[in-house]
Design a protein. Sequence first.
Length: 284
Amino acid sequence: MSTAAELLDAYHRQVRGVLPVTQPEGVTVDRDGPLLRVSGGKHWGYVEYRDLAGLTGPALDELIERTRAYFGSRGERFEWKTHSYDEPADLPARLTAAGFSPGEAETVVVGLAEELTGEPQLPDAVRIRRVSEPADFDRIGALHTEIWNEDWTWLAADLAERQANSPDHLAIFAAEAGPQMISVAWLVRDPGSEFATLWGGATRPEWRGKGIYRALVARRARFAVSTGARYLQVDASDDSAPILQRLGFVAVATTTPYLWTPPQSRPEQPPGQAAAEQPSTLGR
């Protein structure tokens, strides 16, 4: 059993400031000091960093301004995701002063994949299968649209593209009762680290509390182990964090997305905003 400090250390070294080995077509990665700036995606840009190289005060403000100018010149919104242990401590205040809007805080939880593979007994009518066909992706988009009462049909194309680009590093599992899809969750495995990340998990209300979410975690944990992953990581919403911790995940930090929007740009549906496990993104 690893301690929270050990899990945070692994997360900090292997996940933070690291981008997937392959990027979607059209995506550009640019470096400015400690920041990696990722632009050209379908939704919005973002920055990644392990730390800010000791920048404080005016030097940090200049980095923030250069980053705004970089994305602003492309007419692109972008996300700057902070962590509770980031230095300097006034980074959130500086982002807010620079015009960023904070999103909902999430809890970073990490678990050992091998310890999360135990699958509960499901209702007799429920089966779980791995999906990869366009028709299934359409059903996933329709399921999310129904659960969250907003348009999620774009999710079908998003998952199809990810499946085409990285078929060995994406695993999508659907829980079904007869012909009805009742829950969907997926895993993204970056072969450059020992981590895999969990996404999705939205479940029809009438099927909640029956072990389906836990079973989807277990199924993905087994897949992660088969690929050599040691850790599972989730940026968890307030709803899912307690559930994941009861399953054996450990809270190691909190994270808050700060979004900057260029003038004249209108907000769109945030990708993944209603996903039960990782609200702010769909898996970079």
